[in-house]
Design a protein around this ligand. Structure first.
Ligand code: HEC
Length: 434
């Protein structure tokens, strides 16, 4: 008995106060092959993650949903087990409950910024960098008979959308405005509630207030007419992610400096503010359903889950695995080229790999489009190209968009012949089969 007492005394006070309520430990979810861009928790407590590796993961699991042809940037799991995802391939995919083949809900003309579902009516709103919002009036997205309304008004990328519980739609944009969409029956039109001046990235809408985070670091709370309620702007920018847990009155805010700030929305005060990520931004945040755990994603291939009570007791995570962040002068040029320009999408070992591109292991002498299990574009699937010094050189001399038009590999030219030569020399040794 005295011994236990001693041990308790030796732990920090905050921990002692919080300990009885803390059932969870710090956890990591591993398996993605690229940075984590968006997170959402379903009503039954599952986590969905959207990644630069072109996949959506659901946890516990993971189960992988492979359907996008580019980074997945938005995910909505509010209708679980069905799921909506949107990506840099401009598409919004609806994954039915049985997770069979996805249905393409829509294809925008720019990347997808956000997806929201109106809990009351089942309407779906998709926001795109093409400047439009598309509103789908349907309770069953899998049926092709939904009606779609295109909402135009923002002057540049639409970054986020959210519904209030009375079914009103709000949106934010890199044009610096926060808007509400109004009009009954016919076409909705937007009215500006806030003109922030700088692009607004993230939006949370409740019945009592609206919170938003902007490129200039502004973290503000306004009422439904845009009147200020509170301002939590610190010296960090941009604000990249937000999530709200109504039951515990907590608003989480993630930024480009790797910090997570927690705001108590009953008292309007900052309760915690800590450096979560050692390297890079906090792109995604999602509370667990009981509000006791905060999930976050960023530049690492890992999803982190902290018990909220202990958030600020942990050292920042990450910083080891992203080799392109290693000091550039510590590597020879060919390796540096690869680390900076290819490693985020390509592995060098035999795999299996969950990166966005196929592994380059054994690429020299290999016919294009032939890594088993990898979902190639029609361009590479069945291609006659054999990868060699000459063909890989040509690929990056003219760029994939010219050399293999229609490919999923993004446009990229390596202009300097010596950089291409160094890269190819590095690849030759690093991808060689024993
Ligand atoms: C943003 C992700 C991304 C980056 C960065 C990237 N690639 Fe790719 N790469 C892909 C994807 C996706 C494919 C598959 C293309 C398809 O199916 O059309 C691919 C295909 C390839 C292929 C053909 C492989 C095969 O099996 O046929 C080669 C070779 C290749 N990449 C080399 C490179 C090199 C070298 C770099 C760096 C200079 C690079 N890639 C950078 C995503 C990327």
């Amino acid at each position: 008995m005295p011994r236990i007492f001693c041990r308790l005394l030796s732990v920090p006070l905050l921990f002692l106060a919080a300990a009885p309520a803390v059932a969870e430990d710090f956890t990591t979810y591993k398996g993605h092959g690229g940075p984590v861009m968006a997170l959402d928790v379903s009503p039954d407590g599952q986590l969905a993650s959207a990644s630069f590796d072109n996949a959506v993961g659901t946890w516990p699991g993971p189960t992988w949903l492979d359907g996008h042809d580019a980074a997945v940037t938005a995910v909505d799991f509010s209708q679980a087990p069905a799921l909506l995802s949107g990506g840099d391939d401009f598409r919004v995919l609806y994954w039915p409950a049985d997770r069979s083949a996805p249905v393409e809900l829509t294809k925008h003309q720019g990347k997808i910024g956000a997806i929201a579902t109106d809990p009351g009516t089942g309407r779906i709103a998709t926001a795109s960098w093409d400047g439009s919002i598309r509103l789908f009036d349907t309770t069953d997205a899998a049926q092709p008979d939904f009606t779609m309304q295109e909402l135009l008004g923002h002057r540049s990328s639409v970054t986020d959308v959210a519904f209030s519980s009375d079914g009103r739609l709000f949106s934010t944009s890199s044009d610096g405005t926060l808007r509400v969409w109004e009009g009954s029956g016919g076409q909705l039109a937007s009215r500006i509630l806030v003109n922030q001046g700088f692009g607004i990235n993230r939006l949370i809408v409740t019945d009592a207030w609206i919170a938003y985070g902007a490129v200039d670091g502004a973290t503000r709370v306004v009422d439904h007419e845009g009147q200020e309620i509170a301002d939590f702007t610190l010296d960090r920018r941009p604000i990249l992610s937000m999530d709200y847990h109504a039951g515990t009155n907590q608003l989480g805010v993630g930024d480009g400096h790797g910090f997570i700030m927690m705001i108590d929305t009953a008292e309007w005060k900052i309760t915690r503010d800590f450096r979560a990520m050692r390297q890079g931004p906090v792109w995604a945040l999602a509370f667990s359903n009981n509000g006791a755990v905060m999930h976050a994603g960023g530049i690492e291939d890992v999803i982190y889950a902290w018990p909220v009570e202990l958030l600020d007791q942990y050292d920042p995570v990450g910083g080891e695995t992203r080799s392109f962040l290693r000091a550039a002068d510590s590597m020879p040029n060919g390796e540096r080229q690869f680390m900076r320009k290819c490693s985020i999408c390509h592995a060098l070992d035999p795999g299996p790999s969950r990166k966005a591109g196929p592994t380059l292991h054994g690429v020299f002498g290999r016919r294009a489009g032939t890594v088993p299990e990898y979902r190639y574009s029609p361009t590479l699937d069945g291609s006659e190209i054999i990868w060699s010094t000459e063909t890989i050189n040509a690929l990056f001399e003219t760029g994939p968009d010219h050399y293999i038009p229609g490919s999923k590999m993004p446009m990229q030219v390596i202009a300097k012949p010596s950089d291409r030569a160094d890269l190819i020399a590095f690849l030759k040794s690093a991808t060689a089969k024993e």
